[in-house]
Write a protein that binds this ligand. Structure first.
Ligand code: FES
Ligand code: FES
Length: 166
């Protein structure tokens, strides 16, 4: 079945099997391996991308369901000039260790700050509650997202960074 999906602003047309999952379409058909595949049972959340403007677990979406729609992946987070503020936040606050969960975390973080520019810690924890990190204990992920939100709100030195443990 032929589908046309706009991925990170580029129209992509492919002939796919109806059973193909969006995560595999992105990784195997388009080579966008920034979207990770961790469980295939909708538990881990490492596969989160945006479908139109909403984060979805791409292992729960068939590629054919994205026909005619827009997908944004972690490769589309930076604007081509510099890193997205969320990416800067993860770097500033040590929001990753192995990095496996990071693409999905950042896509959810970007959506959260876009829809709620001043998220509380509770808001952040709720937003990422469907995503697992096996390494960080979540503390620095939460700080990274707070850092990005504070930076975009105009803080010179986001307070979140000051709390980071060495
Ligand atoms: S691979 Fe999609 S939730 Fe784990
Ligand atoms: S940084 Fe390793 S799973 Fe989150």
């Amino acid at each position: 079945m032929e589908i046309s999906v706009t991925v990170n602003g580029t129209a992509c047309t492919r002939d796919v099997e109806p059973r193909l999952l969006l995560v595999h379409f992105l990784r195997d058909e388009l080579g966008l391996t920034g979207t990770h595949w961790g469980c295939d049972t909708s538990n881990c959340g490492t596969c989160v991308v945006w479908l139109d403007e909403v984060p979805v677990k791409s292992c729960t979406v068939l590629a054919v369901m994205a026909d005619g729609r827009r997908v944004r992946t972690v490769e589309g987070l930076a604007n081509g000039v510099g890193l997205d503020t969320v990416q800067e936040g993860f770097a500033a606050c040590h929001g990753l260790q192995c990095g496996f969960c990071t693409p999905g975390m950042m896509m959810t973080a970007r959506w959260l700050i876009d829809t709620n520019p001043r998220p509380s810690e509770e808001d952040i924890r709720e937003a990422i509650s469907g995503q697992l990190c096996r390494c960080t204990g979540y503390e620095n992920i939460v700080r990274s997202i707070r850092w990005a939100a504070e930076r975009e709100a105009g803080a010179e030195e986001p307070e979140a960074a000051e709390e980071v443990q060495a």
